[in-house]
Ligand binder design. Structure first.
Ligand SMILES: [Zn+2]
Ligand SMILES: [Zn+2]
Length: 123
């Protein structure tokens, strides 16, 4: 039971873990530096050309880091993006439902109350 309640929190911290501190979006081809930090490959290489330091902890990276794609992290990012897209889709659907409801209310207010006149005819 406690596990279910904790799921949203762990998902939120997961988003932090999957966010590149250079471009502030989820990793695109994540790579790990020698100091253990993760960045998009393109982001890290672009920064490294200028400073030769880890953008996160400022550890000097004097030689061009031998970057290996972090396949595990990459798979996690993919899964995370998929699940967050699903959430957005359901939000959009809920918004549409709300709009439909508003339309129905507007329609009835515009039209004369047919049911009332029908009832009068029957009487
Ligand atoms: Zn990035
Ligand atoms: Zn670092």
């Amino acid at each position: 039971m406690a596990d279910v309640a904790e799921t949203p929190l762990s998902l939120m911290s997961l988003e932090d873990e999957l966010t590149c501190s250079i471009c502030l979006s989820t990793f695109d081809c994540p790579v790990t530096t020698p100091c253990g930090h993760n960045f998009c490959q393109d982001c890290l290489l672009a920064t490294w050309k200028e400073t030769q330091r880890c953008p996160q902890c400022r550890t000097p990276i004097p030689t061009k880091p031998e970057l290996k794609k972090n396949t595990v992290l990459s798979a996690v990012v993919e899964t995370f993006n998929l699940s967050s897209n699903k959430t957005e889709d359901s939000l959009i659907k809920e918004e549409k439902k709300a709009e439909e409801k508003e339309d129905v209310i507007r329609d009835t207010s515009h039209q004369p109350p047919h049911s009332e006149s029908l009832t009068l005819t029957f009487i």
